[in-house]
Design a protein around this ligand. Structure first.
Ligand code: FES
Length: 154
């Protein structure tokens, strides 16, 4: 990882103004921003570690933990909200045993909420990797994860 981090930062010539693109490239490569990446970026750009962390934590696009193999997105947009998204989220949290914003320790799932997944006519809905599940009722949620098996992430 160390060499790759050096390559990424060096390709941006380590300029302070390139901090966000550097962090984006690191995240694209590793799926998140490991702590050692923050330290390395700070060392190579001359920006304080606290500043690098501050910039990274300001933007919702950056993650500090690895993604799970399966990404679960619960829609909390208006259409889904009025059709019961909060109950759906509760049931998903129970089914995969993590809270919104968390990744399971075994890295099987990451759970996020989103503002719309573009299937409002199917509200309430969730997305598991690229698969949309719509017109959900809370008692069906457990079945989605039971029938998924261990992992089907691509
Ligand atoms: S609001 Fe849920 S899919 Fe659009």
């Amino acid at each position: 990882m160390e060499d790759r981090l050096t390559e990424i930062v060096s390709s941006s010539r380590g300029r302070k103004g390139d901090l966000i693109p550097i962090l984006q490239r690191i995240q694209a490569e590793f799926g998140y921003l490991p702590e050692e990446a923050i330290v390395k970026v700070a060392g190579l750009t001359g920006v304080a570690e606290s500043r690098v962390f501050g910039v990274a934590s300001f933007y919702a696009q950056f993650r500090f933990t690895p993604m799970g193999r399966n990404r679960v997105m619960v829609c909390r947009g208006t259409a889904c909200h009025v059709k019961g998204a909060p109950r759906i989220l509760d049931e998903v949290e129970k089914a995969i045993e993590i809270k919104e914003g968390e990744t399971r320790q075994d890295l099987e799932y990451t759970l996020e909420s989103v503002t719309c997944i573009g299937c409002c006519g199917l509200a309430p809905c969730i997305m598991v990797n690229k698969e949309v599940h719509g017109r959900l009722i809370p008692k069906e949620i457990g079945d989605i994860f039971i029938t998924r098996g261990e992992c089907d992430a691509g």
